[in-house]
Design a protein around this ligand. Structure first.
Ligand code: ATP
Ligand code: MG
Length: 326
């Protein structure tokens, strides 16, 4: 199946949204009401994790967002640049600190967060000359639903989508709905407009039915194809992932069997690898293998993007790691 995504040679994959540091509790438990051991700062933010994995596996990738003029900002800029992402459109805000998220896992695997995003540099970037210059040479826009709750980011995303599409580029959308982040009527409307523009959708679990607005996996997929989506990569956590394209049998890939240390970032790494591989011309099956490997490898590392792999690291991981059910 040829890729519905614009080739890597058209220009970088771009993603606009929150850039954060994550600070993680070392022991499971409930919340942050007592003094506990924490580790970090780790570079984070779903859009940044996506772009980092996209670049690490060898796709051309560029980030749009903002950090503060502080060490938390430098942690992110240094990592993205080291991994080969273009950071020309990441602003350094002189007045606001870099965004942050404190995370603690509960016994049942759910998470407590303390976020500083809305009132940090992470949410304060807008359309600028560097963003305009980047969008004008970009080949693909990836949208993280988490970014749409920030009004200014949301405007940048809508405008970038128009510019990228007008030059023959393509769009992918990861709904990435977080119950902790606001989902008001305006956000829901913006989300639905972007789904209309999406060539590739990367939902996880029930996000598929939510994006389609109907119940049932098969019905949801039919609705989304009717709305113009050309490929759907459905993430199923420990059950692997399935790619749907119109008129062909679904391609399922079982998950790799790993010990999960920190689940955060799996979906973002999956997406970064999948988009990069499809844009580099790989068939669905090969791209899906790399995407599942990227997600699985990432959960074996503490920190949301610490396990993002290069192509060579993922090849070694694939060779050494059993698949579920195999
Ligand atoms: P996130 O929690 O980052 O939002 P998500 O819900 O978008 O993630 P997941 O389905 O959790 O996405 O993970 C994406 C992919 O990563 C899965 O399809 C799977 O291939 C791989 N993966 C995630 N968690 C595990 C795990 N514990 N073991 C093996 N593979 C995993
Ligand atoms: Mg997700």
């Amino acid at each position: 199946m040829t890729s519905p995504l614009a080739p890597d040679s058209l220009g970088p994959t771009i993603c606009a949204g929150e850039i954060l540091v994550e600070i993680v509790a070392t022991a499971v438990g409930d919340g942050f009401r007592d003094a506990i051991d924490l580790v970090g700062p780790y570079p984070s933010g779903a859009p940044a994790i996506f772009i980092d994995q996209c670049a690490r596996i060898g796709g051309s990738a560029a980030m749009i967002g903002a950090v503060g003029d502080d060490d938390f900002g430098r942690v992110n800029l240094d990592r993205l640049a080291r991994d080969g992402a273009d950071i020309s459109a990441v602003a350094v805000d002189p007045d606001y600190p870099t965004g942050s998220a404190f995370v603690r896992y509960r016994e049942d695997g759910s998470r407590d967060f303390v976020f500083n995003i809305a009132h940090s540099a992470a949410a304060r970037f807008g359309w600028s000359a560097p963003v305009e210059a980047l969008a004008a040479r970009a080949g693909h826009l990836h949208v993280m639903g988490s970014a749409l709750s920030m009004p200014s980011a949301s405007e940048v995303i809508a405008r970038a989508a128009g510019v990228v599409k007008a030059r023959g580029g393509t769009v992918s959308v990861d709904p990435n709905l977080r119950k902790e982040l606001a989902q008001d009527a305006a956000t829901a409307r913006r989300f639905s407009e972007l789904v209309e523009m999406a060539d590739l959708l990367l939902p996880s679990g029930e996000e598929l039915e939510h994006a389609a607005g109907v119940a049932g996996e098969e019905a949801a997929i039919a609705v989304l194809f009717a709305r113009g989506v050309r490929e759907i990569a459905l993430k199923r956590g420990r059950d692997g992932a399935t790619v749907f394209v119109p008129g062909a049998a679904p391609a399922h890939a079982p998950a790799f069997v790993v010990e999960e240390v920190d689940p955060t970032g799996a979906g973002d790494c999956f997406g970064g690898a999948y988009v990069a591989c499809r844009r580099l011309g790989m068939e669905v099956a090969e791209a899906l293998t790399y995407a599942c490997a990227a997600g699985a490898r990432n959960v074996t590392h503490r920190g949301p993007m610490e396990g993002a792999g290069t192509r060579a690291e993922l090849d070694a991981f694939i060779a050494a790691t059993p698949r579920a059910g195999a």
